[in-house]
Design a protein around this ligand. Structure first.
Ligand SMILES: O=C(O)C(=O)C[C@]1(C(=O)O)C=C[C@@H](O)C=C1
Length: 364
């Protein structure tokens, strides 16, 4: 008899569960609509004043057996879930998102495509030091069939006493060498006021890891019509990285390449920790092409090849690495750049694994 009573009570509870579920979802649908109205009006989604007023009314009507505190706690969870829903549906409409654009963005750098079928290699010295140095690297790239040359003219260094780069003079050298060997130039810009000047020389504006959340620089890059390579910040989450890219797209520049360059963790065996999982996550969440900087993420020459293979196998649209004619005397990153013979062997090995021919097919 008692067992029978338990069954009956449980059946009643089951029915209430379903009623509650229906009510909760009806409420969620309303909260979502409120979120859309707030979005249009530019109002903050989180409204603590409204939450406080609702809680007050609810508690006033509480006849128990739940205590007022328990009721407050339960409703606070409902408000939080509604807020998450409002924010998630907003995220889905970001310009960088796959929801907004299902097809991959292909960045066209004067005929060199990033994000198309064939992965690209971006290589070059950490810093532009002299014409001779850049010409030597440019020649090596040309010989290996590489089309994209990187080189820093404005160097945001950790220490103010380290080499800060040659500035505009460095960009001129990059342009001259690129024109001589038919390459495209990628170089970092750190000051929004320099973008217009830089566009005379570079084919891609790089925004470095330390500037990923320099919002004025992101806005200036958004107003430019030159493709942008945006590096992930040292301690940036994938969400923060995508929001940074959103600044550029929302400014009107859709030609953005994302670059995973390693993140800060407790691990000391590498300079940073290459977050390989960021590659498929970024590719799933965004239509923008993704490169992996194997030099800065590892800071080690001895594991460049397996890391490059891993990046390309994970679906990266290309890799980036530092090459210097004589790394031992380089003015920056002497320990991690590779010399030209090592670069030649590296590219040959990568080509032998056929990972540079075509990206792996991804079924979404
Ligand atoms: O009423 C609002 O303004 C809402 O956005 C809805 C709602 C809720 O779920 O009750 C959601 C988040 C806000 O912090 C406050 C309330």
């Amino acid at each position: 008899m008692r067992e029978h009573q338990l069954d009956e009570l449980r059946q009643e509870l089951d029915e209430i569960n379903l009623k509650l579920l229906k009510l909760l979802n009806d409420r969620a649908a309303l909260a979502k609509r409120i979120g859309e109205v707030k979005q249009k009006q530019g109002i903050n989604k989180f409204d603590p004043e409204r939450e406080r007023a609702m809680l007050e009314t609810i508690v006033k009507h509480n006849d128990g057996p739940f205590t007022d505190d328990t009721v407050r706690y339960l409703f606070k969870q409902i408000f939080k879930a509604s807020l998450d829903l409002q924010q998630t549906s907003q995220k889905k409409t970001l310009l960088v998102s796959r929801e907004k654009q299902a097809a991959d963005t292909v960045v066209d750098i004067k005929g060199t495509l990033v994000g198309a079928v064939k992965p690209q290699v971006v290589a070059g010295p950490c810093s532009v030091e002299s014409e001779e140095q850049v010409f030597e690297v440019a020649r090596a790239l040309k010989e290996q069939g590489i089309e994209l040359m990187r080189g820093g003219a404005f160097k945001p260094r950790t220490s103010p006493y380290d080499f800060q780069g040659l500035g505009e003079e460095g960009l001129k050298i990059m342009r001259k060498a690129a024109d001589e060997f038919g390459l495209k130039v990628i170089s970092e810009i750190v000051n929004p006021a320099d973008i217009e000047m830089a566009e005379q020389y570079v084919d891609v504006i790089q925004i470095g890891a330390r500037n990923m959340q320099n919002f004025e620089l992101l806005k200036a890059a958004g107003a430019a019509r030159t493709p942008v390579l945006l590096k992930r910040g040292l301690s940036a989450t994938i969400e923060e990285f995508l929001f940074a890219a959103e600044y550029i797209l929302s400014g009107g520049n859709s030609q953005v390449i994302l670059c995973e360059r390693g993140i800060r963790t407790y691990e000391r065996a590498t300079r940073n920790t290459l977050d390989i999982s960021a590659v498929p996550i970024l590719k799933n969440e965004s239509h923008l092409p993704v490169l992996v900087d194997i030099t800065h993420s590892t800071g080690r020459r001895d594991i460049l090849l397996p890391c490059a293979r891993a990046a390309l196998a994970a679906g990266a649209d290309g890799i980036m690495l530092e090459v210097h004619p004589n790394p031992a005397v380089a003015l920056s990153d002497a320990k991690q750049q590779i010399d030209i013979p090592t670069f030649d062997t590296f590219i040959k090995n990568l080509r032998a694994s056929r990972l540079l021919d075509e990206k792996p097919a991804i079924v979404r």
